[in-house]
Design a protein around this ligand. Structure first.
Ligand code: XIL
Length: 312
């Protein structure tokens, strides 16, 4: 069948995958990654703990492997992520002086975004800044620098890589709710203040049978603010072992998400958070759930793959 990347390209969109370079030694994993996708994002390799485990000491080998994959296979490269409370080394979490933390943050952004400048198409500059009620999530950045840390991070990213689109990314903002309202208001404010922000990423770690009915309207309202939108980490989890009925529902869900994106001109595409069910973060984090991706653990395409491929 036609690679997903070609199907999406007919609509001017990209279909991406979160890549863990260590898995590329498995032929089934590599074959799918190389054939199907037009965008790659590092599942972990560009995070703070991976790139700057000690202050000023950078380690690029894993991140470079993802960037090299993008070059070799002619895909877009999506950067994930510069400023995030999680997978953050202890040395950052321990900083309590604002000037010191500001330096650490801007140095990190300069180094990482600077290294991949000209290669990364878009960066998740700040990831997961909201609590479910639409107030700011607690993090060292929020505590020590206050609300302005997001604008500071965006300015630092623009300085480090003037060409990359700069995105804000979060989960549970796929539908219209308190959390997505907070993101919407923030983006409107940043735009009004002239802060560089080009895109909003909706992670889309979804539950089978529960695609938000307001997904398309929500994508559209962000687009109407003058930013691109993208489903950045799509997976749709079901109880495991998965029943045939749940996999059928999941297939319909993958189709519905794709149709919502396609209905919104500024929805630039969809990234799935992993190649196959054998290499998915879901079972580790949501006990009793899994089977969330397009290929099963034996690299066989699932009903979700068929529905997703047909939806473009
Ligand atoms: C996950 C990875 O998939 C796991 O391998 C890792 O152990 C934890 O992080 N939101 C994000 C992603 O923005 O970076 C997370 O990725 C999944 C949730």
């Amino acid at each position: 069948p036609e690679p997903l990347r070609d199907a999406a390209a007919r609509h001017g969109r990209t279909v991406g995958v979160a890549l863990s370079p260590g898995h590329l030694s498995q032929p089934g994993y590599a074959a799918i990654a190389e054939r199907e996708f037009s965008l790659v994002v590092a599942e972990n390799a560009m995070k703070w703990d991976a790139t700057e485990p000690s202050r000023g000491q950078f380690s690029w080998s894993q991140a470079d492997q993802v960037a090299d994959f993008a070059t070799r296979h002619d895909t877009e490269l999506y950067g994930h992520t510069l400023v995030w409370h999680s997978q953050l080394p202890g040395w950052v979490d321990g900083i309590s002086d604002p000037a010191d933390l500001r330096d650490a943050m801007t140095d990190h952004v300069a180094a990482v975004a600077g290294r991949y400048a000209g290669q990364v198409d878009a960066w998740d500059v700040v990831n997961e800044m909201w609590d479910e009620d639409g107030t700011r999530r607690d993090s060292v950045f929020q505590r020590v620098l206050g609300d302005g840390y997001i604008a500071e991070a965006l300015h630092a990213a623009r300085a480090a890589d003037p060409q990359a689109d700069l995105c804000l990314n979060d989960y549970n903002i796929e539908g219209i709710n308190a959390k997505s309202n907070a993101m919407y208001d923030l983006v409107a404010d940043l735009k009004a203040d002239g802060v560089p922000v080009d895109c909003v990423g909706l992670q889309a770690h979804l539950i089978g049978g529960q695609v938000p009915s307001t997904l398309q309207a929500n994508l559209q309202r962000f687009a109407d603010l003058g930013v691109d939108v993208r489903l950045t980490e799509l997976d749709i989890r079901v109880p495991v072992p998965a029943s045939a009925a749940s996999l059928t529902q999941q297939a319909a869900d993958y189709r519905a998400v794709t149709e919502a994106c396609l209905a919104v001109e500024r929805c630039t595409g969809i990234t799935v958070w992993g190649v196959d069910d054998g290499h998915s973060w879901v079972p580790d984090v949501f006990p009793g759930q899994g089977a969330a991706l397009l290929w099963d653990a034996s690299y066989q395409p699932k009903p979700a793959y068929t529905a997703f491929a047909a939806a473009w």
